[in-house]
Design a protein. Structure first.
Length: 497
């Protein structure tokens, strides 16, 4: 029997607000010391009253608008009751029947809802305590009360690849909106796929009571990398298939992903909504979302990844792959556009247009290859760059017009990276590329005189010797010439020798 995987996603996102969801404690994911950013509200002291964070509500509305959702005219908070050591109140302030956002879609996947809640504390599991050898779990309440957005999809996905692609695109959108860094390694974006298998009719067909029915759903909790999301879904599809093929039933449960063993492991039976005994949060009355001016928030939305991909291909003639390189790194895309606006010759006549096309290609290549390589080498980000966008544009123009050669440009870029110097200033000090034949010929003759063996090998038919001769000339010229021009001069000179 063949089976169809059906997958819905619950994705939790920590929002990048200044303070926590219901109090004024700092929302600082990088706080190194435990239990520093806490107060009576987020520690659930008796009598402490929650006050909703306006910034967090606006952030969720922005996400809903960006994904084409409907902003609920009236919304409210609810208490979700369960008991766990990381939950200081014994309940979580969340949303149940009136979430902030309803509907929407992303990559063809329908969204069911987007709601806002507070995060839990963080459990730190230790194999032993300091004073004895018993295992222990410690609780850090810095994260308790951090604004947490939950996005729930309809069960529209059918493969591990589709799950990973959806999560990657959502991460990009969140970063473009500026509502979350969505760093999965820090737990700022957590994926929880709900996976079920249903029978696919073969030539014998299916019984009427089985047609269109989804299988038993299993939820894999708190996945914190795209690779793990892909692997967990693939594993769970395989595991459930094997269970069904043995004639057994899939258990409705929560499972966790063991990244070391590359398998899901049973955690606990799956709760239903009634298990949480939801009821309206008595300390926060329902409110109208109109007070957050959704139309103004919609007007202020930035250009989103899908729009940027399309524009980059139309405006700059990028391939889909080239556009994707920039779109996946918003800071890099912004840097490119700032640099591109500084390129020479915006006129449309053919000679100038040709120069511009060449400059654009060089700008893209030096940004995404050489400059990004320097960032990776030093562990820096685009925000740390000393290189100004207009200076990289100047370097691309100098390359396009032949004032500098590739080797020289790479050396100049490293100096720009270290000092922030303008390439025009570097060139004024070091000299432009040597292109005049009358200046190159003395160097050609000097190399020929100094390298009789290589000359003899070339005349004997060893073409590789020509590369050596060109390299020696480039060394004398400090990389300030065109290797192909030098090759042509060597060939001409040796024919007359």
């Amino acid at each position: 029997m063949d089976y169809l995987p059906t997958i819905g996603l619950e994705i939790h996102v920590e929002l990048k607000t200044t303070t926590k969801m219901f109090c004024d404690c700092p929302n600082n994911p990088d706080e190194p010391l435990p239990n520093q950013n806490v107060c009576p509200v987020c520690l659930a002291h008796p009598g402490a009253l929650p006050v909703p964070n306006r910034e967090a509500i606006e952030d969720v509305i922005k996400v809903g608008l960006a994904l084409g959702g409907k902003i609920n005219p009236t919304t409210k908070f609810d208490r979700k009751n369960y008991f766990y050591p990381d939950l200081p109140k014994g309940y979580q302030i969340s949303q149940y029947d009136q979430p902030l956002v309803l509907g929407g879609a992303l990559l063809g996947v329908r969204l069911h809802r987007i709601h806002l809640e507070e995060d839990t504390a963080r459990l730190v599991h230790q194999s032993s305590m300091i004073n004895d050898h018993s295992p222990a779990s410690l609780v850090d309440f810095n994260r308790a009360g951090v604004p947490l957005m939950e996005l729930v999809t309809e069960p529209d996905l059918h493969s591990a690849e589709a799950v990973a692609n959806f999560a990657k695109e959502l991460q990009l959108i969140l970063r473009y909106l500026g509502v979350s860094d969505a760093d999965m390694e820090k737990g700022q974006l957590r994926i929880e796929p709900n996976i079920s298998l249903s029978e696919i009719a073969d030539e014998r067909g299916l019984d009427a009571d089985k047609r269109g029915k989804l299988g038993t759903k299993v939820e894999v909790k708190n996945i914190n990398s795209f690779r793990a999301a892909f692997s967990a879904v693939e594993y769970e599809i395989k595991r459930q298939t094997e269970v069904l093929e043995r004639g057994e039933k899939v258990v409705h449960e929560n499972r966790g992903w063991d990244d070391d063993k590359k398998k899901t492991v049973s955690q606990r039976s799956k709760e239903e909504a009634h298990d949480y005994r939801y009821f309206p949060e008595p300390d926060i009355p329902p409110f109208e979302t109109e007070i957050f001016s959704p139309e103004e928030l919609k007007t202020a939305l930035p250009e989103l990844p899908a729009e940027l991909r399309d524009r980059f291909q139309k405006e700059y003639g990028f391939t889909a792959a080239q556009a994707e390189v920039l779109v996946t790194e918003p800071d890099l895309a912004k840097f490119y556009e700032q640099a591109e606006s500084e390129l020479k010759y915006r006129e449309q006549d053919e000679p100038h247009a040709e120069h511009r096309r060449k400059s654009q290609a060089l700008l893209f290549n030096y940004l995404t290859s050489d400059l990004k390589g320097l960032l990776n080498e030093t562990g820096k980000t685009v925000a740390d760059l000393k290189v100004q966008p207009e200076h990289l544009a100047h370097l691309a123009d100098l390359l396009a017009e032949g004032s500098v050669m590739s080797r020289q440009a790479k050396d100049m870029l490293r100096r720009m990276f270290d000092t922030g110097d303008d390439p025009e200033d570097i060139l004024a000090a070091e000299g432009r590329a040597v292109t005049d034949e009358s200046a190159l010929l003395p160097v050609i003759k000097e190399v020929i005189a100094e390298q009789p063996k290589a000359v003899g090998d070339y005349k004997a038919g060893k073409e590789a010797s020509m590369q050596f001769l060109v390299g020696m000339a480039m060394k004398k010229l400090q990389g300030k010439s065109n290797p192909e021009v030098l090759r042509g001069l060597f060939v001409a000179e040796l024919k007359t020798d």
